[in-house]
Write a protein of this length. Structure first.
Length: 299
């Protein structure tokens, strides 16, 4: 198949594109610059220079391709609408990337017992309501002849196989620790996120491409950890002193409101059975804490 991948130079999109290519598919990847295009070409992929705002380009590439993976921006409603219109009536797969911060709460380091199993259970914070509506819109595209699938990723760890090797949350925590000499969690750090290794994420996209029914929604998750445990593992790996609590206002000053509150201080606890039962997804990596201790300690 020829697969059009948006965000093909990114952490998720690049890793997914590499896995799909390894499975024998041809990749046309949307990238923003000629430099990234050259890097993509060196990997045996066709670069498509543009952005998610290039509606005509997105439409042309979606119509040409046998399937589309949208991994550039979970919150770009315009691009989603263009892709759905281009694919309507074709039965082609559209795999859309979301993130489990849609299940996040304004916990500021406090714990929660709430665990989500479906998109319908989530009542998002106002800051995440638009993303939930986009996810619902993608699923509804099944009604106009698109084999639409939403993959909602949790905290992703591991080194990517695309042009960008690292994710968002762990590098932010480790970067602050390296810079200041103190590993810090927000508040009491008892907030918990589900997590998943990037290689297992890429495998889920491949299986969804092959098998997922129209209108599907899958969380990519295989375990969970509190941010206090995560930051303590970072402190040990970097040979720093004990991890310390950080006031939320200081965290916001360092990382910005969105990242500090919703990526690093919230709870996002989800469980996924459908991907395992319907698609045969069998994630191989089980412990983000072990990965942090081993990978950060090795440099």
């Amino acid at each position: 198949m020829e697969i059009f991948v948006t965000g093909a130079s990114g952490y998720i999109g690049g890793s997914v594109a590499t896995r799909l290519q390894a499975a024998g598919h041809r990749i046309a990847g949307l990238v923003r610059s000629e430099d990234k295009g050259a890097a993509l070409r060196a990997r045996g992929m066709e670069p498509v220079i543009g952005t998610l705002d290039d509606a005509r380009l997105l439409s042309e590439m979606a119509r040409r391709a046998d399937a589309v993976v949208n991994a550039a921006n979970s919150d770009h409603r315009g691009a989603v609408e263009v892709l759905i219109r281009a694919l309507a009536g074709t039965g082609k797969p559209l795999l859309h990337t979301s993130g489990s911060s849609i299940a996040g709460n304004d916990a500021r380091g406090e714990p929660s017992e709430r665990i989500y199993h479906t998109l319908e259970e989530i009542v998002p914070e106002p800051e995440k309501a638009a993303r939930v509506r986009i996810d619902q819109r993608v699923r509804e595209a099944a009604g106009v002849g698109v084999r639409s699938v939403v993959i909602c990723n949790t905290l992703i760890y591991g080194h990517g196989t695309g042009l960008h090797r690292d994710s968002v949350q762990i590098p932010a925590l480790a970067g602050q620790a390296r810079k200041s000499g103190v590993a810090r969690y927000v508040g009491r750090g008892l907030n918990v996120w589900s997590n998943v290794h990037v290689d297992d994420v890429a495998e889920l996209y491949l299986l969804a491409l092959e098998k997922a029914p129209p209108g599907s929604f899958y969380f990519s998750e295989n375990g969970e950890a509190s941010f206090r445990d995560l930051v303590e593992a970072i402190a040990v790996a970097l040979k720093l002193g004990p991890a310390q609590s950080w006031d939320v206002d200081e965290a916001i000053a360092e990382w910005g409101f969105e990242k500090a509150v919703f990526a690093l201080a919230s709870n996002s606890r989800v469980r996924e059975r459908g991907a395992r039962e319907q698609l045969g997804w069998a994630p191989r990596h089980e412990s983000v804490l072990d990965w942090v201790r081993e990978e950060l300690a090795s440099g």
